[in-house]
Ligand binder design. Structure first.
Ligand code: FES
Ligand code: FES
Length: 159
């Protein structure tokens, strides 16, 4: 019989500390969605190819389907639920709406978190740098042009 070990982890997610026991093979994606009910983060491929599951781990975009929950013990995670503050959308969320960068919306959480990671590190990216940053985030609806426009709009508004 296969044995699943568990480990207690403590992790800060969207500013809140969680202390939980998790099976050693539980992915960060399943931990967020199924254990914590943070279903804004989406599962597309489950194998690191689509970017729908992107969250920020210590400020850097990662595919949460490829990370184990036990690996984020002691770390800081931001999910799409953590973007808006007191019911005010993050400028990126607002720009995605204003620029028509959302159609079915399945890619949007991952796209937003990748864009957030990019702008936090590089507030004034070129279009080429934006394209490179979102290269791992697949969108089957928009053709990417409006997504790039939305990210550029927020970058242009920054000091
Ligand atoms: S669900 Fe994680 S990269 Fe596709
Ligand atoms: S808006 Fe549908 S996948 Fe991007």
């Amino acid at each position: 019989m296969e044995r699943y070990l568990e480990k207690k982890i403590q992790v800060r997610i969207n500013g809140e500390i969680y202390v939980k026991r998790v099976p050693s093979r539980r992915t960060l994606l399943d931990f967020l969605r199924e254990d914590l009910g943070l279903t804004g983060t989406k599962e597309g491929c489950g194998s690191g190819d689509c970017g729908a599951c992107t969250v920020l781990l210590d400020g850097k975009p990662v595919n949460s389907c490829l990370a184990l929950a036990i690996e984020v013990d002691g770390h800081d995670i931001i999910t799409v639920e953590g973007l808006s503050k007191e019911n005010v959308l993050d400028p990126l969320q607002q720009a995605f709406i204003d620029e028509g960068a959302v159609q079915c919306g399945f890619c949007s959480p991952g796209m937003l978190m990748t864009a957030k990671g990019l702008l936090d590190e590089n507030p004034h990216p070129t279009e080429q740098e934006i394209r490179k940053a979102i290269a791992g985030n697949l969108c089957r609806c928009t053709g990417y042009v409006r997504i790039i426009q939305a990210i550029k709009k927020v970058a242009d508004q920054k000091d």
